[in-house]
Design a protein around this ligand. Structure first.
Ligand SMILES: [Zn+2]
Length: 541
């Protein structure tokens, strides 16, 4: 697709979308996280609505449709609803809910009890649960990997399920311009590991000419607010002009799940401040950039003054512009040619083989070539990666040759600073993992059982005390890896429960027909990712 056509579509889709406005999903409209915001290892793919630190705000459907998917997970989106709006052509997604509406919950109850499962990911037939515009579909919460009570909301294309910027679907008042905080320059003579050029930062009010290397990239830090006291969010559109020619433009319109890790190439944290780069690495997601002349690199062979203009705009086209002069300095430096054999090449399949492990990284799993090494540290008994941890777009296969006993190998997980991996396959010689990062890795033998502790327990009577006001009881559940399964039985009958991994808290909903009695028992069965299982039985007081 030609660049002009792409730009045309970008503009047209923005215009057509802005004509159909929808009901907000929550009454208190305060957006504390916007689309494309830079998070750890990913771009934020929705918008966050503040719930002022509280839970249980009613959440309403933004349009008519039907419940398309219900997902309950102890991590990630927690309790999440997906609604299909066929007449509008998109899905709306609501994450971290505390609970669903009674109408939806009754279907969840049936599924959980029939299948004796707490966690689920179900796709419902069209119109089996119809939803009206404005209908309360659930209540906000803090479930899954949420770091505080809020509503995470997404709009996805109904066919591709690619998340798009939801702001265009609502009538949002915004007359506040983006704020440019700092500009820095990268020396791009070395495109493999571009370094910020002497880190001299350009403050917004600086009007001096900037001396730059002959091949330079621009990066900036900044934010956008919807109103003066609002939360600082990310900036929607960024344009860079060299001598009035546009050399770079991106707008945060949609981001696929495959490409969300691109954030690690797109931005860099320097001295606690996040900078966004207006230049691209060797590979980049298709359609991510609208304009990318010379990959956004400023290449100057003269010694003249050149005008550089950075233009930052929000979704409502409130813009902030900064122009200044740059002048290249040519130093008679000879650049070392890099031996390609020593690189991890992003365009080729990478295969590293040692007596201790082998790793196979698919082509295009990295967006740029890396100068790093992956090797086995015999003393520390770990696979080490020389660079800072980096996500992979596609998983790599890591095979470790081991000498573990048959008993130990069943309890082996691969640990990195980010997560625990369970093996895909193993035998008495090797153990294979699918990893989505380059990082230090080591085998960890987990033989520790999960611990289970009731929150309100009468030690003397050796019984759980039931709170008078509700039929819910809570257990603290901890494990040195992760919890995979949990099941609760009340008087030997399956009983619904929800585990919040972040809070390490298991919430058990006692049956409606619960009758206080001396003979009530509750049994908790919890397993971790390598099937270490704890079973505990308690009486309820
Ligand atoms: Zn969110």
């Amino acid at each position: 697709m030609s660049l002009k056509l792409l730009l045309f579509i970008c503009v047209i889709s923005t215009i057509t979308l802005s004509q159909t406005k929808h009901q907000f999903p929550i009454d208190t409209v305060d957006i504390t996280g916007n689309f494309g915001e830079i998070r750890n290892n990913h771009f934020h793919q929705g918008i966050d609505f503040s719930t002022k630190g509280q839970e249980n705000y009613p959440i309403k459907s933004i349009d008519k449709g039907y419940v398309y998917r219900i997902k309950i997970s102890s991590t990630g989106y927690g309790k999440a609803l997906y609604i299909h709006h066929p007449s509008s052509g998109f899905l709306s997604v609501f994450a971290h809910l505390n609970r669903f509406s009674d109408k939806i919950q009754s279907q969840v109850d049936v599924y959980q009890i029939q299948n004796q499962t707490n966690e689920l990911d179900i796709f419902l037939p069209k119109d089996s649960i119809k939803i009206e515009k404005n209908e309360i579909i659930g209540f906000s919460g803090n479930t899954g990997s949420s770091t505080g009570p809020h509503l995470h909301f997404e709009i996805r294309n109904e066919l591709t399920e690619i998340p798009v910027n939801p702001v265009f679907y609502f009538d949002i008042e915004d007359t506040t311009k983006p704020v440019l905080e700092k500009i820095i320059f990268y020396n791009l003579s070395d495109t493999i590991s571009p370094q910020p050029h002497n880190l001299s930062v350009l403050k917004y009010d600086n009007t001096d000419t900037i001396l730059i290397p002959p091949i330079t990239g621009v990066a900036f830090s900044g934010f956008d607010k919807m109103y003066p006291n609002a939360n600082p969010n990310n900036i929607y559109k960024v344009q860079l002009y060299l001598d009035n020619k546009k050399i770079y433009q991106h707008c945060l319109h949609y981001i696929t799940f495959d490409n969300t890790i691109y954030v690690e190439y797109f931005s860099e944290k320097i001295k606690k401040q996040i900078f966004q780069k207006c230049f691209a690495p060797h590979l980049y997601p298709p359609n991510f950039y609208d304009t990318l002349y010379n990959k956004g690199r400023i290449i100057l062979s003269d010694t003249n003054y050149h005008l550089l203009t950075l233009n930052l705009c929000d979704e409502k086209n409130n813009c902030t512009t900064k122009s200044f002069y740059i002048k290249p300095i040519h130093q008679n430096k000879t650049y070392k040619t890099i031996n390609k054999k020593k690189l991890l090449l992003c365009t080729e399949r990478i295969h590293i083989k040692t007596p201790y492990f082998k790793i196979l990284i698919p082509e295009k799993a990295l967006f740029n070539d890396l100068k790093e090494k992956i090797y086995y540290n015999k003393d520390k008994k770990r696979i080490e990666y020389t660079g800072p941890p980096i996500s992979l777009r596609y998983p790599a296969k890591l095979t470790i040759y081991h000498q573990l006993s048959r008993h130990d190998i069943c309890k082996a997980v691969l640990a990195s600073s980010r997560k625990y991996y369970t093996p895909e396959i193993f035998d008495n010689k090797q153990i294979v993992f699918s990893v989505k990062e380059l990082n230090d890795f080591y085998l960890y033998i987990d033989k520790t059982l999960p611990s289970v502790k009731p929150l309100s327990y009468d030690r003397k009577k050796k019984k759980i005390i039931l709170p008078a006001t509700q039929n819910k009881i809570y257990f603290k559940i901890k494990d040195n890896t992760n919890i995979k399964d949990y099941t609760v039985y009340f008087n030997n009958q399956f009983c619904q429960s929800y585990y919040n991994a972040k809070k390490q808290l298991l919430e058990v909903k006692l049956p409606e027909e619960y009758i206080a009695s001396d003979n009530n028992t509750i049994q908790i069965k919890v397993s971790d990712i390598v099937n270490n299982t704890t079973i505990k039985t308690y009486s309820i007081y």
